[in-house]
Write a protein that binds this ligand. Structure first.
Ligand SMILES: C[S@@+](CC[C@H](N)C(=O)[O-])C[C@H]1O[C@@H](n2cnc3c(N)ncnc32)[C@H](O)[C@@H]1O
Length: 239
């Protein structure tokens, strides 16, 4: 912990958007260009997507911290990994260096940044820069409103069991289902039971070079990429 908070560095949580580097905000770009330490999640030693998105803007002479945090939300957050990550970041903050933590999409929208925020914000000056979220990027990819007029939009994790998913979807006008991955067949089964299969699109890797958009009915059975989102709209083209 910093003994004198005025001397410590600032902890930044930066949204870098869903994939296209041009969707990084000017504010995140400025902080990335100035921070002496750039940190990012790197699950199990894998390449970091957040780093890849921001790569064109990361100066060569910065200290980089690849933080080994668990990314798959199906698993219980590994608290020990986040404790260690927070300690690593705190060492730099204690020595007066700002640390910019890169987050795919928005930092506070289903992001692992929340676990670091909970550990560091009480002791260090902290600033969060919002990012373009995956669900807004997916709506843009299919050129369709996420919700319009007085619609109720629900954002659901695909990890929910089928009965809960069904009950939640039944109560909404528009639905974004995240964390589709290995849950695809279950989700499609629920949507078909509700007669919504033909109103759903799956958007994989939105805004990236390998973005893929497919009506749900045209997708073969089986797992989809982790970075997939299903958008459902129950109404007509009311807007
Ligand atoms: C842990 S959440 C992170 C969300 C992120 N913080 C945001 O603001 O969108 C990961 C889920 O977001 C969705 N996602 C993230 N990026 C995506 C993309 N480029 N295209 C489609 N879905 C994406 C997927 O549903 C994925 O399983």
């Amino acid at each position: 912990m910093a003994s004198d908070q005025t001397m410590s560095g600032t902890f930044y949580g930066l949204g870098v958007g869903p994939g296209d580097p041009e969707l990084i905000t000017l504010k995140a770009w400025r902080i990335i260009s100035q921070a002496p330490v750039i940190a990012y999640p790197a699950a199990n030693g894998n390449d970091s997507l957040a780093r890849r998105i921001a790569a064109p803007f990361i100066p060569e002479d910065v200290t980089e911290l690849a933080i080994p945090v668990p990314m798959r939300v199906e698993r219980e957050p590994a608290q020990e990994a986040y404790d260690e990550a927070a300690e690593t970041i705190a060492r730099h903050l204690d020595e007066g260096r700002d640390v910019a933590f890169l987050c795919e999409g928005d930092p506070l929208f289903y992001g692992s940044f929340a676990y670091l925020l909970a550990r560091l914000a009480k002791d260090y000056p902290t600033h969060v820069v919002p990012g373009v979220t995956s669900i807004t990027a997916c709506a843009a990819a299919i050129s369709r409103p996420l919700a319009a007029r007085n619609d109720i939009l629900k954002v659901l994790p695909g990890t929910l069991d089928a009965s809960r998913l069904k009950a939640e979807i039944a109560q909404a006008d528009a639905i974004a289902i995240m964390k589709v991955g290995q849950h695809f067949d279950k989700i499609r089964g629920v949507l078909n039971e509700l007669g919504l299969g033909d109103r759903a699109m799956i958007i994989e890797k939105a805004t990236r070079d390998d973005e893929k958009i497919t009506p749900l009915a045209d997708v073969p059975e089986g797992e989809r990429p982790y970075f997939s989102t299903i958008l459902v709209y129950k109404g007509g083209e009311a807007w």
